[in-house]
Design a protein around this ligand. Structure first.
Ligand code: 2SA
Ligand code: MG
Length: 424
């Protein structure tokens, strides 16, 4: 198997880091394709717990290349801080490569992210406030600054001046706020660029060379399918393409290079930020699962919204990303519940809905149709095979796989590496 894509199949936080880390053992190259430091992966490995935002989890292996692809938006300040953090934990990042085509997040993007959210009031997206959306806005508007531009003093200065002039008009005239100062941005960010220079290269060439030589590439997804700007719950989405196809545009590889697409999901659902969530639990079952699953954001520490497993969402993820394998995480979190529920479809005005609607109004009228199953009380955190699961837990897992229509490749019963079990 030459290349594998790991895709979050819900709204992010499905435990992709764990699966990437796990699958990464047999990969030669690990690449990120989209998003930025709005991602936050917790990795339990080699007796350490490390939290990464921007750098692919392959960085823990000195013999593997870790690539930040052209589709990622890079905040150089965060990236330098992350390199320092890794160094403090004994991890050298010599194997990091950053695409020269990746766009750069600058302080005015973060300020615009904040102002846009404030001005939306209760219609806010609930962003991570990292400037992600505004950086992709500039990319699409063809005014963005790329890594290659950041490294050249004159080009960076000219592009920064032009961008800042325009952004400052927005800040002062439209939002009634303060203008940002050129020097305050130019000096530190040029310096960050110089520090990152050793890692910046044409990563598409690197990746394709590796593939041509028969190397194994793992594309590490960030966020999830339901946060995809095209396929998610627009406008309550992130500004990139977490779907599997995002790896081709985000890394400069052809779709013919992708062999498998691994969809990661939890045995229930969580969402941070605003927007529709049909199976949301606003009761004590939701509170129970939030505590049992430690469902607080890695980046923003926000308590996550919790809901039952939604197979409408998962079938959507399967279709738009072409999932070939399913990694089912956090089954242990459901332990202790009297009954567990799976959403099989929605009901709207007497009609059964099998496909996730595009219209948020329609979605608001959709009520989940649940299948209820008896829960289990046994501690399953040491279970190694599906056969060892208590009968009720096994039925649950089998039902989930059948409703999604994808075979389970791994299941997890806890956060540690040895609690992720591979099915033969
Ligand atoms: P933004 O900041 O513009 O991307 O926010 C837009 C929406 O996207 C949501 N969002 C996320 N939701 C869950 N997890 C995210 N990151 C994970 C983490 C990492 C992961 O924090 O652990 O699983 O890959 C993430 N990033 C963005 C955000 O809440 C808004 O709803
Ligand atoms: Mg996460």
């Amino acid at each position: 198997m030459a290349s594998v894509v790991v895709v979050g199949s819900q709204w992010g936080d499905e435990g992709k880091g764990k699966i990437t880390d796990f699958l990464g053992e047999s990969a030669d190259v690990i690449a990120r394709s989209q998003g930025g430091d709005n991602a936050g992966h917790t990795i339990h490995a080699q007796g350490k717990v490390l939290k990464l935002r921007l750098i692919p989890s392959g960085i823990l292996y000195p013999d593997k290349l870790s690539i930040i692809g052209n589709g990622v938006v890079v905040n150089p300040e965060s990236l330098v801080a992350e390199l320092d953090y890794l160094a403090e934990n004994g991890v050298t990042a010599d194997n990091l490569r950053i695409s020269d085509r990746a766009h750069v997040i600058l302080p005015y993007h973060i300020e615009l992210d904040r102002l846009q959210e404030v001005s939306k009031g209760d219609q806010k997206i609930g962003t991570t406030n990292r400037g992600i959306g505004p950086a992709y806005m500039d990319k699409a508007a063809r005014t963005g600054i790329r890594m290659v531009d950041l490294l050249d003093k004159d080009i960076f200065a000219a592009k920064l001046r032009e961008n800042l002039d325009f952004k400052n008009q927005l800040f002062t005239k439209i939002y009634g706020g303060k203008a940002l100062n050129f020097d305050d941005i130019f000096e530190p960010f040029y310096a960050y660029g110089q520090r990152l220079k050793q890692f910046v290269t044409d990563t598409s060439v690197l990746l394709n060379d590796a593939l041509d030589k028969g190397k194994k590439v793992l594309f590490e997804g960030a966020q999830g399918v339901m946060l995809d700007i095209d396929q998610g719950t627009y406008p309550f989405v992130t500004s990139s393409n977490p779907v599997a196809g995002g790896v081709t545009v985000g890394n400069g590889v052809g779709p013919t290079q992708i062999n498998r697409v691994v969809g990661v999901c939890k045995a229930y659902t969580s969402r941070v930020g605003d927007g529709p969530f049909p199976t949301e639990l606003l009761d004590e079952t939701g509170d129970f699962l939030r505590e049992a699953g430690h469902e607080y954001g890695t980046v923003t520490k926000r308590p996550r919204r919790i809901g039952w497993f939604d197979s409408v969402v998962m079938r959507h993820a399967k279709r738009v990303s072409g999932l070939t394998d399913l990694c089912l995480n956090s089954i242990d979190v459901l332990t202790g519940l009297e009954t567990v529920k799976i959403c099989t479809a929605y009901e709207r005005n007497g009609e059964t809905i099998y496909h996730y609607p595009a219209s948020l109004d329609e979605l608001a009228q959709c009520k989940p149709i649940y299948e209820e199953m008896p829960g289990w009380q046994e501690d399953i955190t040491g279970v190694k095979t599906l056969a060892e699961l208590p009968e009720n837990a096994r039925h649950y897992v089998e039902r989930v796989a059948a409703l999604v229509g994808v075979d389970i490749a791994t299941f997890s019963v806890g956060p540690d590496r040895d609690q992720t079990n591979v099915l033969a």
